[in-house]
Write a protein of this length. Structure first.
Length: 413
């Protein structure tokens, strides 16, 4: 099969699908992206495009996202036209709908079906905006959010079929979208994500730790409000007081992936360190930054209690990956997390807005890990059943793709 992937940050949600297709060795795969530091992926032709237009810094706020999206979309269409004229006409296009790259592809390849990835519809109520009382929305927030939805509102008419990775994410979109969307996660390679009782981790001058050490962990792409970094930091002193030998491993960058960036000097991490730093034993806190994937696995495997915090927003791969490795997870009690975790069965849920509740639950797990030892295996069993790439997600995606292309071009499992 000939497949054109479109995502501004290759590989995005298509990591596992690309690996599987490449391993089959029978497909012609082209990936259209803006990313310049491209990952090494033999078997995939990478095509980098530059936005045709970007809005000025002082562009009108309500139209800025749309202006950016059409600049991306027009450039993606031009790059696709070059591919077409060179002889590459895909059997199907798989692409993310969030940035406008799919908007004009039907003008270039009108007969090629498009399967679009619908990640999130911006909510003024029920999402991260306004969820935290410490971060109230601005007067224009609801208008700006709705203006951003111009992109998915246009893309639903471009794609032949859409998908959303979770039911909660699907339900952020208007009901009128639902007939065109199926729900299926990107998929987790649970065959590669396993617990390891013998895992060790070298912390440099801080020494080497093993599963015998009392370790709790927090990780996110970036240490930010949407992913509950402030709740974690405010819980940290109480956890340390209750567990005087416990050590915290923190994985994440200092940037901002979602929501507003901190205006404090040094960013959000520095802001929280100034707030609670006098109460923290920093010798037992280890900021690891953004780590390679193998190190991420070791951090989770060594953890006695893994903390996953998020406002109502897109579910992180890391939660499902941690569950696959049989982590005992304490997570925020919000709707997207409840789709993956049942309290007391596959993990533990606490109020996102309550550092005291988080500290109490984490301390309880650290103090008596045997009492909660059933949660990790149950979490893995659930992820294998519902989110495993090879046995659950891949067959569903292949069936949907095959339904959109000529029978002679079907993918074979």
């Amino acid at each position: 099969m000939k497949i054109l992937f479109v995502h501004q940050n290759m590989p995005g949600q298509y990591r596992e699908m690309l690996d599987w297709l490449v391993a089959q060795g029978t497909h012609e795969l082209v990936f259209l992206t803006q990313r310049r530091n491209l990952p090494d992926m033999p078997g995939v032709r990478k095509v980098v495009y530059k936005p045709h237009h970007t809005p000025a810094k002082n562009a009108y706020g309500l139209s800025k996202t749309w202006e950016e999206a059409v600049g991306y979309g027009y450039a993606a269409a031009q790059a696709t036209a070059v591919l077409r004229d060179e002889g590459f006409v895909p059997d199907i296009i798989l692409g993310h709908t969030g940035w406008g790259e799919l908007l004009f592809l039907k003008h270039v390849l009108p007969d090629v079906p498009i399967l679009g990835f619908f990640e999130y519809y911006y909510l003024s109520d029920g999402g991260p905006v306004g969820f935290d009382p410490d971060d109230p929305p601005g007067a224009a927030s609801s208008y700006l959010l709705q203006a951003r939805n111009a992109v998915p509102n246009s893309n639903i008419h471009v794609v032949d079929q859409g998908l959303a990775p979770t039911r909660w994410q699907r339900d952020t979109f208007p009901q009128s979208f639902h007939d065109k969307l199926y729900v299926c996660h990107d998929g987790i390679r649970t065959d590669r994500l396993l617990p390891d009782a013998d895992v060790t981790l070298n912390l440099g001058r801080a020494g080497r730790i093993t599963r015998d050490d009392e370790v709790f962990t927090y990780l996110a792409r970036n240490m930010e409000r949407t992913r509950g970094f402030h709740t974690f930091m405010r819980a940290l002193p109480a956890i340390q007081k209750a567990r005087p030998k416990a050590r915290a491993l923190i994985v994440g960058g200092s940037g901002t992936s979602y929501g507003k960036a901190s205006q404090a000097e040094g960013g959000f991490r520095a802001e929280l360190e100034r707030e609670v730093g006098h109460l923290v034993d920093w010798s037992r806190v280890h900021f690891l930054g953004q780590v390679p994937y193998a190190d991420f696995q070791r951090v989770v495997q060594i953890s006695r209690c893994h903390i996953y915090l998020t406002m109502p927003f897109v579910l992180s791969w890391s939660l499902l990956e941690s569950m696959a490795m049989q982590a005992t997870v304490v997570a925020s009690d919000v709707a997207p997390v409840r789709e993956a975790i049942t309290h007391g069965q596959t993990g533990l849920l606490v109020d996102f807005l309550s550092p005291d509740a988080l500290a109490a639950q984490v301390s309880e797990v650290l103090a008596d890990p045997d009492r909660f030892a059933h949660l990790g295996p149950a979490a893995r069993e659930h992820v294998v059943a519902e989110y495993d790439f090879l046995t659950k997600c891949l067959p569903e995606h292949v069936a949907r793709i095959n339904a959109m292309v000529h029978p002679d071009r079907h993918l074979q499992l």
